[in-house]
Design a protein around this ligand. Structure first.
Ligand code: FPP
Length: 240
């Protein structure tokens, strides 16, 4: 069920989104930042379904970074509450769309109830055949690369391997996204032009799209604009 507005366009296989601007969205309305996150979370659910319907195969959403713990305690608490609530709701919601939900990042830092919810969500979704939704939570790309390097070192030491046999694939296979295609398109809402420790290794040849639209306002039309722009890009992957 694709959107006719995207007819004839190449749909990126893997899309990453940095969902930025919830705080500013709330500030513009003289509301607490937590309300911005609530609207952001509602949007997360809506846009995920839309993106799955247009035929994207993998969607990776940056929900909480390893650096986000530095935010005020109340804000972190409000975000954790939202994660609980939305994971409960989305268990059903995403089943209808056959979306396979996977969490990437270090889950061990979350409270045991949330960890349980994460495991349940992954378990019920594991055999689904639709779009794979990676939710990056307590995710940081540098930590992800260190984790991959440690795993390679262990393999080399335990199996007496030749260091010169290590390949790029050895690293990418050990990232949380191992086995998935690299992101074709990375969208950042909220107007900034940086990756903020998101998919650093995987994004070597990703097309980057930044929009001033704040995350709670990012809708299907805005997503279509990103796909149209993506289709204007000339991807050369280092060639001519
Ligand atoms: C960035 O906006 C947003 C976040 C740090 C949180 C993103 C989380 C959601 C949208 C909730 C949805 C996720 C799930 C899994 C339910 P910001 O606070 O940095 O905004 P600002 O730059 O305007 O301050």
């Amino acid at each position: 069920m694709s959107d006719p507005k995207l007819d004839g366009l190449v749909i990126p296989k893997h899309v990453g989104i940095i969902m930025d601007g919830n705080g500013r969205w709330a500030k513009k309305r003289a509301l607490p930042r937590s309300v911005g996150h609530r609207f952001g979370a509602q949007n997360f659910r809506k846009i995920t379904r839309y993106i799955s319907n247009v035929g994207v195969e993998v969607l990776t959403l940056y929900a909480f970074s390893t650096e986000n713990w530095k935010r005020p305690k109340e804000e972190v608490g409000a975000l954790m509450k939202l994660f609980h609530q939305y994971l409960k709701d989305s268990l059903k919601d995403f089943r209808d769309d056959d979306i396979k939900v996977v969490f990437i990042g270090d889950k061990s830092a979350f409270d045991p109830q949330l960890v349980k919810l994460i495991q349940e969500t992954e378990e019920v979704a594991k055999d689904r055949k639709g779009m794979q939704l990676n939710i990056a939570m307590n995710y940081g790309s540098r930590a992800e690369i260190v984790r991959a390097v440690k795993s390679i070192c262990k393999d080399v030491a335990e199996n007496n391997k030749d260091i010169d046999s290590i390949t790029e694939a050895d690293i990418s296979d050990r990232l949380y996204t191992g086995g998935l295609p690299d992101p074709d398109l990375i969208i950042r809402t909220g107007g900034e032009f940086r990756l903020s420790n998101f998919l650093l290794y995987q994004s070597a040849y990703s097309e980057f799209y930044s929009t001033d639209v704040l995350w709670p306002d990012f809708n299907d039309l805005e997503f279509n604009k990103a796909v149209i722009e993506y289709n204007r890009r000339n991807r050369r992957f280092g060639g001519v």
